[in-house]
Design a protein around this ligand. Structure first.
Ligand code: ZN
Ligand code: ZN
Length: 288
């Protein structure tokens, strides 16, 4: 089975060139060669790792599919249902990737650029599947959607999310902004201002954030990156930077159960309150 993202690569390349052209006419500081180079390298690395991990993911989904609750023929209504369910799974995968540190170790890579352009979309994790993030979708083969369909829908969702990584598009018509994830909504997601942290986790439909209370409208101009930026363009370092920090915390002279919390608690949690989670930052902001 061929991954639809492979077919989307030429489209990605064309759009990046269009955006580059527009960016240099508007504000050239939005692109730097080194930053775009590291984002594209992360994307290629992620695809290479994916060649191996996708085989395992497919095998796990196929195993579960044997015990499916329903068997149905794929038809338009069923594909639409799969689209909604996939997007729902994506929302929770993404939300928890921001609030459980070992998931954040993989996902933070996507947030590690201080630029926001189409190349940022390609800045993808190398370790996501290895830490089992595909299990957020395990309910789908169990319901009765074939592994091929589940993986295709996951890939289509990622392709959708490519074009929203841009500053070239400001706002789209209100009805579109109301239902869909857009450049404006996703700029908020990549921003480091306290009011924007851990907001707008949507994949394709922004409705989930509105339903589950994580939606914020773009207001103040976003500043992109991580709360503490990594200051490197080396793809290998980018891929493992948060894993290294977790390992460092694991070596602290504290009880083993406390060490484990550095793995499962939200990013920014610390046993001695020497750091802050985004929820704590938000609280402090409200009080202040
Ligand atoms: Zn994110
Ligand atoms: Zn993004």
């Amino acid at each position: 089975m061929l991954d639809p993202t492979v077919f989307a690569i030429p489209l990605f390349a064309i759009l990046i060139f269009v955006e580059l052209f527009l960016t240099f006419r508007l504000k050239s500081e939005n692109y730097t060669k080194l930053d775009a180079f590291s984002s594209i390298s992360m994307g290629l690395g992620s695809m290479l790792v994916g060649i191996v991990t996708k085989v395992v993911v497919f095998a796990v989904y196929s195993f579960v599919y044997q015990y499916r609750l329903f068997s149905f023929e794929m038809s338009l209504p069923i594909i639409v249902l799969l689209f909604f369910l996939d997007d729902f799974c994506y929302y929770w995968f993404h939300r928890l990737s921001h609030s459980i540190r070992f998931l954040w170790a993989s996902h933070s890579i996507h947030h590690s650029s201080e630029k926001y352009n189409l190349s940022t979309a390609l800045r993808q994790t190398w370790t996501g599947d290895l830490t089992g993030t595909f299990l957020f979708w395990i309910i789908l083969p169990f319901i009765g959607f074939s592994p091929e369909w589940v993986m295709t829908m996951k890939a289509l969702s990622l392709i959708y999310q490519f074009w929203i990584h841009t500053e070239v598009i400001t706002k789209l018509p209100p009805w579109f902004e109301f239902v869909f994830n857009t450049p404006s909504h996703h700029r908020v997601h990549h921003a480091v201002q306290t009011q924007y942290l851990d907001r707008n986790h949507a994949g394709v439909l922004i409705i989930w954030d509105k339903l589950f209370g994580t939606f914020v409208q773009e207001d103040e101009k976003p500043v992109y990156g991580l709360v503490t930026n990594i200051k490197t363009h080396n793809p290998i370092k980018i891929a493992f930077v948060e894993w290294k920090l977790i390992f460092k915390d694991f070596k602290l002279k504290i009880p083993f159960t406390t060490k484990l919390k550095y793995f499962f608690m939200p990013p920014g949690w610390s046993h001695d309150n020497s750091r802050m989670t985004s929820a704590q930052m938000r609280e402090r902001n409200i009080e202040g």
